[in-house]
Design a protein around this ligand. Structure first.
Ligand SMILES: [Zn+2]
Length: 436
């Protein structure tokens, strides 16, 4: 590398990241009370103690930005969120199927208009960044222009986003339906236009089994088979009325997951939202195929869907990522999601350690989405997507943090009492993209 052509920047603060899945003793946790993160052209160059690295900052001619009393971490990752549903957060309305019909489907119809989708995508991405999230796996609507709008806005910010057009050819309002063939063709066009363009990645997105015909699901499987590296996302086993409906629609399948399995939709790049009411056989099949579950605690509580069983997922070795699922989820901020994840896990007999929790939002979710080669921690060469948290921005958090003796106690206060008010700055590939 010709260093004269490289732009170096450095940030001084407390710095936390994870090198592997941590244990309560702190293995896998790397923390610098007075740390320096040096970037080269938006990528991580070096991380260490300020004592060791400040001479090098001077040698490199790097500009130095100091954030006293703050904490730098890798940006959060959200593995399941619907950008068009920012319009329906906090709509009162019973359980999943009523909520879809009464609020969500009418809201998604507006995305037929490109200008509407453009404005919504810009607002959504700004809200993600304000909550500390720098990467997400995103549902658009059935309209290809909703995906064009989203990727165009993400590309302009240089954020790493995984998004896809919803496939839905039955059991939904006519205005929100494609056909098996048009959904297939539009998806392939979007893959050709956007997958691996800059930091954008495509995800084949059948909404869930009830809203796709067998032919549409077969073609979704074909899209995956024809386009290696493209992701798949859908919903699975969220609500008991939904389970009964799936049994009626697919009487020949042995369980809900089997519907997706028969069409070739399982695998390491597949992320199933929820997975609350799974049988032993389904857990095993998820594990055997390397398929992942997105755990969406605020959504599961809001819609009364049930309590995700994290302990059982771990026993089976199933990859679980953590997600907001806005608009049924009630916050785009992953700190709030952690707060609720902790409580749901408690009710299922598992206490989530704060090291595990923050690992989850960063390197854990990066691994679950197979993005850990480029993001998730501050290993040299990774893209510098990071956030600056400041607990003094919320008086009660500040008061409690000052009483804590250990790092993990402070982190636990931040995930229990914290929200987007803690996020001071969000950087994308070394560029400031949000400031409070
Ligand atoms: Zn969802």
């Amino acid at each position: 590398m010709n260093s004269s052509a490289t732009t170096f920047t450095a940030y001084r603060s407390s710095i936390l990241h994870f090198t592997e899945s941590p244990n309560a003793q702190g293995e896998g946790v790397e923390y610098f009370q007075d740390g320096v993160l040096i970037l080269a052209d938006g990528k991580v160059h070096q991380l260490g103690n300020s004592q060791d690295l400040l001479p090098q900052v001077a040698d490199l001619g790097a500009s130095l930005v100091e954030f006293p009393d703050s904490l730098i971490m890798p940006g959060f990752i959200d593995s399941h969120v619907h950008y068009p549903q920012v319009d329906v957060i906090g709509c009162f309305g019973e359980q999943l199927l009523d909520w879809l019909n009464n609020y969500t489907f009418p809201a998604e119809m507006r995305f037929a208009q490109r200008e509407y989708a453009d404005a919504a995508a810009a607002l959504f991405l700004q809200q993600l960044l304000a909550g500390g999230t720098t990467t997400a796996m995103v549902y658009c609507t059935v309209h290809p222009q909703s995906v064009e709008a989203f990727f165009t806005a993400s590309q302009a910010l240089n954020t790493c986003m995984i998004a896809g057009k919803v496939l839905m050819d039955r059991n939904a309002p006519q205005a929100l339906q494609d056909t098996a063939q048009s959904g297939y063709e539009q998806s392939q066009q979007l893959i050709d236009g956007w997958h691996n363009q800059g930091r954008q990645k495509y995800v084949v997105t059948p909404r869930f089994a009830p809203t796709s015909t067998p032919e549409q699901m077969r073609l979704a499987g074909k899209l995956l088979a024809d386009n290696p590296g493209v992701y798949m996302q859908t919903h699975l086993s969220e609500n008991t009325a939904e389970l009964a409906w799936v049994r009626d629609l697919f009487p020949d399948n042995k369980h809900y997951l089997d519907v997706y399995d028969k069409f070739g939709l399982l695998g390491p790049t597949s992320v199933f939202g929820h997975g609350i009411h799974l049988s032993e056989e389904e857990w095993q099949r998820l594990a055997d195929t390397g398929s992942g579950i997105a755990f969406c605690p605020t959504s599961n509580l809001f819609l009364g869907s049930g309590l995700f069983d994290l302990a059982t997922a771990r026993q089976h070795g199933v990859s679980v990522s953590l997600a907001t699922d806005v608009g049924a989820g009630t916050s785009l901020c992953q700190l709030v999601t952690l707060n609720e994840a902790y409580k749901v896990a408690q009710l299922r007999g598992l206490a989530l350690h704060p090291y595990e929790a923050f690992y989850w939002l960063t390197l854990g979710n990066a691994k679950a989405l197979m993005l850990d080669d480029t993001i998730g921690n501050f290993e040299a060469g990774k893209t510098a997507d990071f956030i600056v948290l400041n607990s003094s921005s919320v008086p009660l958090v500040d008061y409690r943090v000052q009483q804590c003796k250990t790092l993990w106690e402070k982190l636990f206060v931040m995930m229990t009492l914290g929200d987007d008010r803690l996020i001071q700055h969000t950087y994308i590939a070394g560029q400031q993209a949000y400031s409070a």
